[in-house]
Ligand binder design. Structure first.
Ligand code: ADP
Ligand code: MG
Length: 358
């Protein structure tokens, strides 16, 4: 495909729905601005009901925003119907035509667009090759497995050569193992074609595995946008930290500084943490500690008491109390390590560089 890649821009987009129970209006999406770079793979991630599908459907043109403007490349597209938008959507339900075979399902959009017959044939065959369905052209869609149906749905979207591919939880109907292999496939195909992709999911590992950038949504607004690493290591708030991976939150009052580090009073002991701009002595801060970024030792860290110690194979799972705060730890590769038992008093150690301050 030799088309120019296009990005997508949302400028202060809102969508208002009426709550069917109370009859009151509410913002399903509120004052949201986003820039999606051409050729990138971006995931909208967030809990059920946070406005992901609504955002995607506004980009596709199935819903129109009540406020704001959507741009595809440089073009404002609010007034365009879905088929004029140069986007294609892959649905969770596949939405295949049941009485058509694979070839005709994929060819359908090209026939609608009055593409010449020979060109349809060559384009469909090339796309079937890309999604690894060569030889299946004559099969009826009800003779296909879930994974194969999803490939047909993907082929059908790709064959019209849209500038932007939209996905709404496309793997939710597949079993766990197939989901993992299909997401690798989707990423490979997106990179091969070089298309801009916007992908909706509530599954954080899917978002991590697929994305150049992740947009975390909550209650109709963007909580954070960034690379998977930025979001994991530098979450902007407790919601984001908790939604991506597991997180412990240690609260402590700043009591001073130590070179480049700040000192926090956590559980009656001093914790060295990275200092961040604007931190002030006497204020309380929250330390985000990932379960894999701390370990137990005899001494040298925050005093703690083990309340759970469980062998999980690849790691030892610990729960410890630091003062009144529960901290969960995953200590990988425990085979030749000292294992701490329930009831032991020990020390929680972490490198200041491996925690994040909110
Ligand atoms: P998500 O895809 O993140 O789960 P949605 O975008 O589907 O969330 O929905 C956002 C909110 O808007 C939810 O509270 C949902 O119930 C509501 N909603 C979605 N579609 C409609 C509609 N057509 N009419 C009224 N409310 C809707
Ligand atoms: Mg949804």
């Amino acid at each position: 495909m030799s088309k120019m890649k296009k990005g997508v821009r949302l400028e202060r987009i809102s969508k208002i729905y009426q709550d069917p129970k109370s009859g009151k209006d509410f913002y399903a999406v509120k004052d949201t601005s986003l820039t999606i770079e051409p050729g990138s793979f971006v995931t909208l991630l967030g809990p059920s009901g946070c406005g992901k599908t609504t955002t995607l459907r506004m980009i596709a043109g199935f819903e129109s925003p009540d406020e704001g403007e959507i741009y595809l490349g440089e073009e404002a597209i609010n007034a365009l119907t879905p088929n004029k938008r140069d986007t294609a959507m892959v649905f969770q339900s596949y939405a295949l035509l049941p009485h058509y075979n694979v070839f005709d399902n994929v060819a359908y959009g090209l026939k609608l667009r009055k593409v010449p017959k020979e060109e349809i044939h060559s384009r469909v065959m090339r796309i079937l090759d890309l999604v690894e369905l060569t030889g299946m052209e004559g099969r009826m869609t009800n003779q296909l497995s879930g994974g194969q149906q999803q490939r047909v749905a993907l082929a059908r979207a790709l064959v019209i050569e849209p500038s932007v591919l939209l996905f709404d939880e496309p793997l939710s109907n597949l079993d766990a193992k197939l989901r993992v292999s299909m997401r690798t496939e989707i990423r490979r195909i997106q990179q091969e074609v070089g298309i801009t992709a916007i992908y909706v999911t509530h599954d954080q590992s899917e978002a991590m595995a697929l994305s150049d950038n992740i947009i975390i949504m909550n209650h109709g607004v963007v909580a954070q946008m960034g690379t998977p690493q930025e979001i994991y290591y530098h979450p902007v708030n407790e919601f984001v930290a908790d939604f991506i991976g597991e997180a412990n939150f240690l609260k402590g009052m700043m009591t001073g500084t130590d070179g480049d580090h700040a000192l926090l009073d956590v559980g009656n002991s001093k914790a060295r943490v990275p200092s961040k701009e604007g931190m002030r002595i006497g204020e309380e801060y929250t330390v985000v500690l990932r379960p894999e970024s701390a370990y137990l030792a005899e001494q040298g860290g925050l005093p703690c008491k083990v309340i759970l110690s469980c062998f999980m194979g690849s790691y030892q799972n610990y729960h410890v109390m630091v003062g009144n705060t529960l901290v969960k730890l995953t200590d990988y590769n425990p085979k030749n390590k000292r294992i701490y038992q329930v009831g032991e008093e020990c020390s929680l150690v972490f490198d200041p560089e491996s925690v994040h301050i909110l």
